[in-house]
Ligand binder design. Sequence first.
Ligand SMILES: *Cc1c(COP(=O)(O)O)cnc(C)c1O
Length: 390
Amino acid sequence: MKNQEFLNQWSTVMQNNYGAPALALVSGKGLLVKDANGRQYLDFLGGIATNVLGHAHPAIVKAVTKQVNVLGHVSNFYAHPNALALAQKLKEMTGDGDARVFFAQSGAEAVEAAIKLSRRTGRSRMVAAQGAFHGRTMGALSLTGQPSKREPFLPLLKGVKHVPYGDIEAMRRAVNKKTAMVIIEPIMGEAGVIVPPPDYLAGIRQICDATGALMVADCVQTGIGRTGDWFGYEYSGITPDVITLAKGLGGGLPLSAMIACGASAYLFAPGDHGSTFGANPITSAAALATINFIEKNKLMAAVKIHEKQLLQEIALIPGVLEVRGAGLLIGIELTKPLAAEVLLSMRDSGVLVNAATATTIRIAPALNVSTSQINSFISIFRKAVTHVNS
Ligand SMILES: *Cc1c(COP(=O)(O)O)cnc(C)c1O
């Protein structure tokens, strides 16, 4: 079947919640992916910051194949070596001796787990940022700060306040001794890669310490090496009470985690929460393979070098107002609302990106991207911007 045939059949069986897909992708290798017409693309979206080692990475293929041949699922009544090793690794990454991990499958579920954990403080109010994205389930959606996503589904959870992102005084006014948790993205991903002032997270840490509210760092998009650190908040020097991870964690397999640090690690009691597939042996194997590969090959150091090149070279391209982000999560602000046109022009030239807003191109390529692939991206982006502005 060719692309068009796939797309025709798609709408006859799939609900229309995403709109029509652009292409049918059928195979991949590294940062290259092929559509059903046999056309190859350089993938600079990475399944939305998810395929951190690209497509069909040998280390992940090997780990998953081995595990699925031995034991695929055990349920939460039993322990499993992969889940144990992964939780130990994540705990070590937090640097917190009390850290405890809860596993689920999606970002929204990690956020839901954080919401329920925060209820165990005996408080129920929550504060989040305007424009933030924390997921689409009813609890997570209550925290997502985007009216267009929320309004069709009101009423949502009560007691949630949304404050302007980056405004520490607004945060101070909103948080008090009745606040169970503050949730914040270290960099807002879906909103178009918005970077807060450098001392913003440290300011929130102080406010949470003073009021006893849990500070939840939603690192679903900024975690697992994406920013050049394991967790997106690390540049700030603080440790949050709760960390949510998903997208990159399973190296493309569905896995998420809610990690609670310090005293918050002990808020859940048996029976408080659960997920049938949580701590699954296969997805844990994929995550361990991913994390080990990033470590062994020093990919986070490479990510910081790529960041410098991308920020420097893209800023010089006519038609670009601003380029921002950290590591390999980059938002390119165009001078005109032509992001959709740039995306199409780049796809025609064989590069996949995302239009996060009408004016913003977002890229989140795999962390093992090569310098020559970065160079190709920059040159095709330059051509696309020139083309749509002419
Ligand atoms: C994508 C995302 C989510 C939701 O993840 P799903 O797996 O789609 O539920 C939550 N928070 C952030 C910061 C995200 O980027």
